[in-house]
Ligand binder design. Structure first.
Ligand SMILES: Cc1ncc(C[n+]2csc(CCOP(=O)(O)OP(=O)(O)O)c2C)c(N)n1
Ligand code: SF4
Length: 284
């Protein structure tokens, strides 16, 4: 058994001589998500050159800059469009789209539902910190109703999207939710998401104390991690709770695992079939 530590594994995958120090606030959960992603790629033994990380814009989008894979730091809300093109032209690659909740659900919401509907073989990770972190704490479509933000100082009126239900309804092949407090489970989920064909979506709930927490009674990172600990509940236990005990609890685990083939696989099979038929026709 190797004596290599988790940190040493992560170090092998970072552009540590070029892109550091990083821009994230101390205590931000985004780095934990990146660490779990790296460890899951490492544990699956996927060569670095076979991985493409595509990111949108935001604190979450910065993560692509730090990792030594093929990386594309794209435009806000368009990570899935770039990822779709990359997967269609190089279907052997593991294409991972990293997006913030603002990036994925607001400006990128249309791409999200259609990537799920199409079932393109991309692993989408939404780093849900309930807020637009990078631009100063505006409400996102995942901001919980009633919470305070820079753009909703009297409380958020809109209902927030349930990312899991959105992805399930749009047809995603694999849908799971984890948190950066429950890091071992999150890593297990990421491994499964990377292994599955078709469109996989992982919602990684991660704290932003700087923009969300300080306006919502979670001033420090520790307050936010305690909140994650007390709110999250395994899906199986959540399902056993009576309806009146479910309010304020956030189920975590695997919600959808359908095993459908990815779009690219079906597309290339159709193309091959067409070429065979055409060749038969030409021979007549
Ligand atoms: C087309 C376009 N619109 C708006 C912006 C400004 N912008 C940059 S990051 C961002 C929001 C980021 O929030 P989120 O996606 O939730 O990521 P986080 O920073 O919280 O990780 C916005 C609105 C932009 N860069 N491009
Ligand atoms: S603003 Fe929030 S999301 Fe951005 S780096 Fe700081 S804690 Fe993380």
């Amino acid at each position: 058994m190797s004596n290599i530590t988790g940190n040493e594994i992560i170090h092998q995958y970072l552009r540590h001589n070029k892109k550091f120090p990083h821009v994230l606030c101390a205590g931000c959960g985004h780095g934990i998500v990146l660490g779990t992603l790296i460890r899951s790629i490492h544990s699956l033994g996927i060569p670095k050159d076979d991985v493409v990380v595509v990111a949108g814009i935001g604190c979450s989008g910065r993560l692509a800059v730090y990792v030594d894979f093929n990386t594309v730091h794209t435009t806000h809300g368009r990570a899935l469009s770039f990822a779709t093109g990359i997967k269609m032209s190089n279907s052997h690659l593991h294409v991972i789209a990293l997006m913030g909740d603002g990036d994925a659900l607001s400006i990128g919401g249309n791409h999200l539902i259609h990537a799920a509907r199409r079932n393109i073989g991309v692993t989408a990770m939404i780093l849900n910190n309930s807020i637009y972190g990078m631009t100063g704490g505006q409400s996102s479509p995942a901001t919980p109703e009633g919470s305070t933000t820079m753009t909703n100082p009297y409380g958020q009126l809109d209902h927030s999207f349930d990312i899991v239900e959105l992805a399930r309804g749009a047809g995603a092949n694999y849908v799971a939710r984890g948190t950066v407090f429950h890091v071992n489970q999150l890593e297990k989920i990421m491994v499964e998401a990377l292994e599955r064909p078709g469109f996989s979506l992982v919602e990684a709930v991660t704290p932003c104390h700087t923009q969300f927490g300080r306006k919502n009674k979670y001033k420090t990172p520790v307050d936010m991690y305690k909140w994650l600990k007390s709110t999250a509940i395994p899906l199986e236990r959540y399902n056993e709770l009576p309806e009146d005990k479910r309010a304020g609890r956030m189920p975590i685990g695997v919600f959808v695992d359908r095993g459908r083939p990815g779009y690219e696989e079906r597309y290339y099979a159709m193309q091959e079939n067409f070429l065979k038929q055409a060749a038969k026709g030409a021979g007549r």
